[in-house]
Write a protein that binds this ligand. Sequence first.
Ligand SMILES: [Cu+2]
Length: 218
Amino acid sequence: MFAKSLLLSLLTVSVANAHFTLRYPEPLGKSAAKQDQGPCGGYSIDSNTPVTQFHVDGDAVAYASSHPEVKVLFRIIEGNSPDGPNSFKGYPIVEQYGSGDFCEPKVTAPKDLVGKQGIVQVVQNAVDGMLYACAYVRFVSGVNSNLPDTCKNGTGVDADFAEDPSLEAILGGSTGTPSSSETTSAPTATNPPSSGSLKSFSLVAGVVGFAVAILGGL
Ligand SMILES: [Cu+2]
């Protein structure tokens, strides 16, 4: 028991040191010390914040991950406030497997953001909770045909599309989301939780009835 809790605390310490490091676009800051703090991992935009050009028809978001399994939201935000009213899903939510370098080279933003500034926010749902990093960008037209060197996948790193209600909720808290990506909340309505509760209630009632019958027979 003691050995188990010691192992657990050791694991917690090791993952707390480095969650993930956003490599591209240039992040607001490189320390992961406050990465569990939304919306930007303890950083905010100021006069020293680097600005990266971001191509609305497809650009890279690259990071190095210490976690072998995370779900990731790539969120595009208009303006210089992470809590601004207009935010968009830059790519479907993915589940990334394997630790190391990971890059999604086709993150997109709405075309009408061209010429404006904004934020690329990466939110990971990891074993140690929600993790955040942001980059300040200026939106430009077209596709980035000259992807950065940091856009690569480490050996054994892979990804697949995934669902994640917690990450969707971050996105859903704002207005102006493209209608094409707003079909995710519907499935829960067809499977209301009450049917599950009713089933377990009748099971319990059956067991109680059986017990009563035995008692009655004695
Ligand atoms: Cu972590």
